[in-house]
Design a protein around this ligand. Structure first.
Ligand SMILES: Cc1cc2nc3c(=O)[nH]c(=O)nc-3n(C[C@H](O)[C@H](O)[C@H](O)COP(=O)(O)OP(=O)(O)OC[C@H]3O[C@@H](n4cnc5c(N)ncnc54)[C@H](O)[C@@H]3O)c2cc1C
Length: 235
């Protein structure tokens, strides 16, 4: 873990409650795809956010927010906006977490995101494509409303690169125009795979979702040592 200073280059709305933030570190940074950073609001107030970008990119990308506006995200965002306006850097601890992408495995993959858990999965999906990995990848992204699928176009383009990559958006409360999958995202996975035994499974999203996924997936054959989620350490 290293503490770094970063310029806040951009804060832009992806949805009414989720913002995309781009940071430029003042020094070279070391992290693995799927790790997170802690934004230091003060010496004692540090908040984890998954890094949506991949190593080697000049900027660090974050997706901050959720379906419901809450102080966890809004206070972090207020700090970023203030430092941006003052043209002052923010401090972050980087290279955190144990749920980083394991590129050396030969197993097929399930990537499962709930809401802004997408940030973590997006980094891994980009790392897979950058390494031109030719393994089956099933990327599920569950959101409450259609409007929360802020990077659906990017993920459709990602899936189009390789016939082994699949992108499956799942909307919890769809309107009549939605023709895709609906319901809770983990249930879509449980419906699609008779057994999860063969898969490396990467998970990020609300803690309640991570808890349900851990037990329900293991019941359907998933091997705990092949399930990766930093949320598991918190629940
Ligand atoms: C290491 C770490 C990294 C984090 N990174 C970020 C980050 O990058 N950005 C950020 O804003 N916050 C982050 N957080 C905080 C927190 O994880 C998010 O605020 C949270 O995931 C936001 O969820 P949401 O509101 O987007 O999802 P929601 O809109 O609440 O849910 C999305 C989908 O998840 C599923 N789901 C939700 N609840 C349940 C349930 N009870 N049972 C089963 N399925 C359910 C459903 O399919 C639902 O449609 C992080 C926390 C930790 C510990």
């Amino acid at each position: 873990m290293t503490t770094i200073s970063c310029n806040v280059d951009l804060i832009e709305a992806l949805t009414p409650t989720v913002n995309r933030v781009l940071l430029t570190p003042a020094q070279p940074v070391s992290f693995a795809s799927g790790q997170y950073l802690q934004l230091c609001l003060s010496e004692s107030d540090k908040r984890p956010f998954s890094i949506a970008s991949i190593p080697g990119q000049s900027q660090l990308e974050l997706h901050i927010g959720g379906a419901v506006a809450d102080p966890y995200a809004s206070q972090a965002l207020a700090h970023l906006m203030q430092q941006h306006q003052l043209q002052q850097p923010v401090q972050a601890e980087i290279g955190l977490g144990n749920a980083q992408f394991r590129a050396d495995s030969e197993r097929p993959l399930i990537l499962l995101a709930g809401g802004t858990g997408f940030s973590y999965i997006y980094s891994i999906a980009q790392a897979i494509a950058a390494a031109r990995l030719d393994r089956p990848v099933f990327m599920y992204w569950g959101v409450r409303e259609h409007s929360a699928l802020y990077h659906a176009d990017i993920m459709q383009a990602w899936a189009a690169q390789n016939s082994k990559y699949r992108f499956i958006p799942v909307i919890q409360n769809p309107d009549d125009s939605w023709q895709g999958r609906s319901g809770m995202v983990h249930e879509a996975v449980l419906n699609d795979f008779v057994s999860l035994e063969a898969y490396d499974i990467y998970v990020a999203g609300p803690f309640a979702m991570a808890g349900v996924v851990r037990s329900a997936f293991i019941e359907q054959g998933a091997q705990r040592e092949h399930m990766f989620a930093d949320a598991f350490a918190y629940i």
